[in-house]
Design a protein around this ligand. Structure first.
Ligand SMILES: Cc1ncc(C[n+]2csc(CCOP(=O)(O)OP(=O)(O)O)c2C)c(N)n1
Ligand SMILES: [Mg+2]
Length: 333
């Protein structure tokens, strides 16, 4: 990523001003899309949804720190903002939530947001917790064997970090010094189970030591911290020095999915505190303080984003369902 300045705006910490503005635009777009999909789900117009609201900074800034079109992104069900940052359009995403014809990841035959878009390096094959971890490590081994300089970013939750798949993936990646970045989105809950009931440690990053790889805990709502740690991990991976574990502390604003009721295990006060760490609001303040964004530009960014989501909603609702004859199109045989 180029560190040069543009538009005479100052760089903010490790991120060039123009990149920071692009991250913000992507965040606003992703938030509108996520909110809309959630509303449609409540109205019975969109299928099962797991919200990325609160996780946007780590999801989007990590993509901006990597090489789109070269690197691989193994995501999980909560990674809508990664998809938006990679260039999946709101229209394409809406087709998935409405199971309509033309959906690019699985021909609308999988859960929404699941499947693959190889042209974007995006792979999200299953809702089964942590399966993406060994798959990502296998892909990283493939990159080494093909002598490509691609890095594989794999995203997972705190709950997923307790699985056998996670251990096997990290162990293998470190033994073979594979180009993997393990990005743990720690939102403190695995559905309704709080972190204290999932593990006896306070920081997931400490586990990295047992694989002899670097591990770091960062504020996952801080775009600068994400960009810096992912850039450093990517440099390490690309130069043959193996994997890194980044634990990004975030908040999950909404229930686990549209089928969950978080009132049974989270207090109003806890959620009110969580909202104080809103990555979109935090970045907006940073941009304004550094004169990269003013009220007028912000209003314009929000207007364009909302128009795109309105367009995508109409597009999805008016699209036809897939033809029964395409049932086997995405089946590997
Ligand atoms: C192997 C497996 N076990 C259980 C489930 C049910 N399940 C779905 S999501 C989830 C919690 C995962 O929590 P975490 O990894 O912290 O991700 P988050 O949803 O908080 O982002 C569980 C237990 C599953 N999908 N797969
Ligand atoms: Mg979690």
């Amino acid at each position: 990523m180029s560190k040069k300045q543009s538009n005479n705006k100052p760089d903010v910490g490790v991120i060039p001003a123009d990149t920071l503005l692009e991250v913000y635009k992507t965040m606003v777009q992703s938030r509108f899309l996520d909110e809309r999909v959630w509303q449609l789900n409540r109205q019975g117009r969109a299928a099962l949804v797991a919200s990325s609201q609160g996780h946007e900074a780590v999801q989007i800034a990590s993509v901006f720190a990597l090489q789109k079109g070269n690197d691989l992104f193994y995501t999980y069900y909560r990674d809508l903002a990664v998809m938006v940052a990679l260039g999946v359009t709101p229209r394409q995403i809406m087709l998935g939530y409405m199971a309509k014809s033309g959906e690019p990841m699985s021909g609308a035959r999988q859960f929404p947001t699941q499947g693959a878009m190889p042209n974007l390096g995006l792979i999200n094959l299953s809702n089964v917790v942590a399966t993406q971890l060994p798959q990502a490590v296998g892909a990283a081994l493939g990159c080494v064997q093909k002598k490509s300089n691609a890095v594989v970013a794999v995203y997972f939750g705190d709950g997923a970090s307790s699985t056998g798949d996670c251990h096997e993936a990290m162990n293998f990646a470190s033994i073979h010094q594979l180009p993997v970045i393990f990005i743990c989105e720690n939102n403190g809950y695995a559905i309704s189970v709080p972190l204290s009931k999932q593990m006896a440690i306070k920081k997931i990053s400490v586990r990295a030591a047992s694989y002899n790889m670097p591990g770091i805990t960062i504020d996952g709502t801080d775009v600068g911290a994400v960009f810096k740690s992912v850039s450093e991990a990517a440099d390490r991976a690309r130069s043959g020095n193996g994997p890194t574990l980044i634990e990004a502390m975030v908040e999950r604003y909404l229930p686990h999915t549209g089928d969950d009721d978080d009132k049974r295990y989270r207090s109003k006060e806890e959620l009110k505190q969580a909202r104080k760490k809103d990555p979109v609001a935090i970045l907006k303040v940073l941009l304004k303080t550094n004169n990269i964004l003013n009220e007028e530009t912000d209003a314009e960014i929000n207007k364009i984003a909302k128009e795109k989501i309105d367009d995508a909603t109409e597009y999805g609702e008016s699209a036809p369902y897939p033809d029964a004859g395409t049932f086997y199109d995405h089946v590997y045989s």
